[in-house]
Design a protein around this ligand. Structure first.
Ligand code: 9MR
Length: 598
């Protein structure tokens, strides 16, 4: 008898697992849970073993308002899922409470509205304030700017690393033992990620991305969305655009990392500052008991300062001429120092309490810095470095910065760079074409090849979307803007997990990022993450014990290598260099929404 029951139970489970019409998995079809723009492409993905197309219906608050047929099923190489596509772009009705249905399967609810990405943009930018070092996080500023989530004292905390009784802090920080005889004051900046390290090469790409977002607005849109008062930060009444104030917090840290005159290697920039030994979770920044130390100056860090300080010098010129001049001076001295020491490569060795961020190739950083300096100064001595360089990559990240240079050349409209600007724009269009091809071959519209799901893949997606967005500006071709939309859909839930990879944005969302302070998952005395933090995402490298143990079989299907676990830092951390490009592309989405509203 018992075995008969067991047998029918097994059969039922088998049927449930194999029979496509029985399996109504939650949140299928997979949609952008935040929403869709009325004017934009609207696509969703249905996971099913069936090959034959299905009928779909779009419901609004329970009532069917549109219907159609899915595409035939295809296997998606990155996830191993068989997928059918739904295109409901033609729907012009706006509002909230939409769901897509196929048989008994229902998507998560979503909205169709031109303001779908407005609150997410400000939430994403609030990430940077929350992660400021050296300043108390005050309750009144803990809520998102302009719209969205409310301030809450749970996210307030004491200033971190200010040399109080408990933690040694970032004032008078010595060099790693035996590497120099001075100390530096390196307060401010943003914590890099879930840890309390501050790394100049990751600061550099993050600052550049946020400032490029501002320059995209200056030359290709508007910057009113970033003006004073929009971000709800302590500087929100100083007459300077809030975005610039937020970025300046990081720039001032980077400037402080430059070796002052009178010391060996003056003008060079220390690679990073962090704890001597790794700390555990949970830990508020002001409770970090570890000694901090400066790691050797490097050519890479020096050129990161040269590039971003040059970029800052031209942007702040009309807002704060003193800061602009300070940045220009720092950029020039950093450039000169990097030329004097072109192969001070950081190859690791001082990583017992922080990420390595080693970089053995700095030709790309020379190219990038040369472009930023040229655009700011018009000085032709930077041209040989620029013109001798050949672009070989189609992506960029903290270690590979050539496309940051190319994007600045293409974005910044100054008369003297006209021919180089046109060439750079053409190159960006060509690169964006390769990403569109990859995206179109992907069942979840991800601009990543099967081999490209590595650490921080979601940041890699956002970076590729920036290139597509610029290609739209340079060509006027809507296909690129549609690519951006579909990439954002992936990040907000149209993916193998039917889960939004951005905390608080959507119905079923990542909740437990690897973060020392947003560690409520481990200890109720700590908060959970506020909305707007993009987690690293699927990574077939599985470089942490939890991911390795729980996910190992995923590597054949790399898009499934993710788990929402606070300890799984190689797949579920948050970081400044991933949130910055997310903000950039959300700002672009808002721009597109406003353009079509006019
Ligand atoms: O984003 C970084 C990734 O490219 C590297 O492969 C990885 C290992 O070195 O480190 C990542 O950056 C982490 C850094 O080392 C420490 N702070 C958290 C960063 C995000 O996980």
């Amino acid at each position: 008898m018992e075995s008969k029951i067991q047998h029918s139970l097994l059969l039922f489970v088998f049927l449930l697992a194999t029979c496509p019409t029985v399996r109504a998995d939650a949140g299928n079809p997979r949609v952008n849970q935040v929403g869709y723009l009325p004017s934009g492409v609207k696509t969703a993905t249905y996971r099913t073993e069936d090959s034959e197309p299905h009928a779909w219906t779009l419901h609004k608050n329970g009532k069917a308002i549109a219907h159609g047929k899915t595409s035939a099923g295809l296997s998606d190489a990155s996830s191993g899922d068989r997928l059918q596509q739904i295109d409901f772009s033609a729907v012009a009705v706006t509002g909230s409470g939409f769901t897509l249905r196929i048989g008994t399967s229902t998507s998560h609810a979503f909205s169709i509205t031109p303001i779908a990405f407005r609150a997410p943009l400000y939430d994403t930018l609030k990430y940077f304030y929350h992660n400021r070092s050296g300043i108390p996080i005050a309750t009144q500023f803990t809520g998102s700017g302009n719209t969205s989530f409310a301030s809450n004292s749970q996210w307030a905390r004491a200033a971190g690393h200010v040399n109080n009784a408990v933690n040694m802090g970032d004032l008078n920080v010595p060099c790693w033992e035996g590497t120099c005889r001075y100390t530096l004051n390196v307060p401010k900046g943003w914590y890099d990620a879930g840890d309390h390290g501050k790394y100049v090469v990751n600061a550099g790409i993050s600052v550049w991305t946020l400032l490029n977002m501002f320059e995209r607005g200056m030359f290709w849109g508007t910057t009113t969305q970033f003006e004073d008062g929009k971000l709800n930060i302590p500087e929100s009444a100083n007459g300077i655009p809030d975005l610039l104030d937020e970025v300046r917090w990081e720039l001032e840290f980077m400037l402080a990392m430059q070796v002052p005159p009178g010391h060996p290697n003056s003008g060079m920039v220390h690679h990073k500052v962090h704890d001597l030994n790794w700390t555990g979770l949970p830990l508020a920044p002001d409770q970090d008991p570890q000694q901090r130390a400066l790691v050797l100056p490097s050519t890479a860090a020096t050129l990161n300062l040269a590039a971003t300080a040059a970029q800052a010098a031209r942007i702040w010129k009309g807002h704060d001429s003193v800061f602009s001049a300070q940045c220009l001076q720092a950029a020039l001295s950093a450039w000169a120092a990097a030329h004097g020491n072109p192969v001070y490569l950081y190859r690791g060795g001082y990583d017992s309490g922080g990420g390595a961020y080693d970089d053995a190739n700095v030709a790309d950083e020379f190219y990038w810095a040369a472009i930023e300096l040229y655009l700011t100064t018009r000085d032709e001595r930077y041209l040989p470095t620029i013109d001798a360089y050949t672009i070989s990559r189609s992506d960029f990240n903290w270690a590979n910065t050539e496309l940051a240079g190319l994007m600045s050349m293409a974005t910044v409209v100054v008369p003297f760079s006209a021919s180089r600007r046109v060439a750079a724009q053409k190159k960006i269009i060509a690169i964006a074409n390769t990403h569109l091809l990859t995206q179109n071959a992907s069942g979840y519209s991800v601009p990543l090849a099967v081999s490209e799901y590595d650490w921080g893949s979601n940041g890699g997606v956002a970076n590729r979307l920036m290139l597509m967005a610029l290609a739209y500006h340079f060509s006027g071709d809507r296909a690129y803007a549609n690519g951006v939309t579909q990439g954002i859909d992936y990040l907000f839930g149209r993916n193998a997990f039917s889960t939004s990879f951005v905390t608080g944005e959507g119905t079923v969302v990542a909740k437990f990022p690897h973060h020392r302070f947003w560690a409520g998952a481990l200890n109720p005395g700590f908060p959970l993450a506020p909305p707007g933090a993009l987690i690293g995402g699927p990574n077939s490298g599985l470089q942490d014990p939890v991911a390795l143990k729980q996910l190992a079989p995923c590597v054949a299907r790399p898009a499934t290598c993710w788990i929402d676990n606070i300890e799984a830092y190689s797949v579920n951390e948050v970081a400044i260099n991933w949130n910055a490009p997310l903000a950039w592309v959300l700002d672009f989405q808002n721009h597109m929404a406003e353009r079509s509203a006019r």
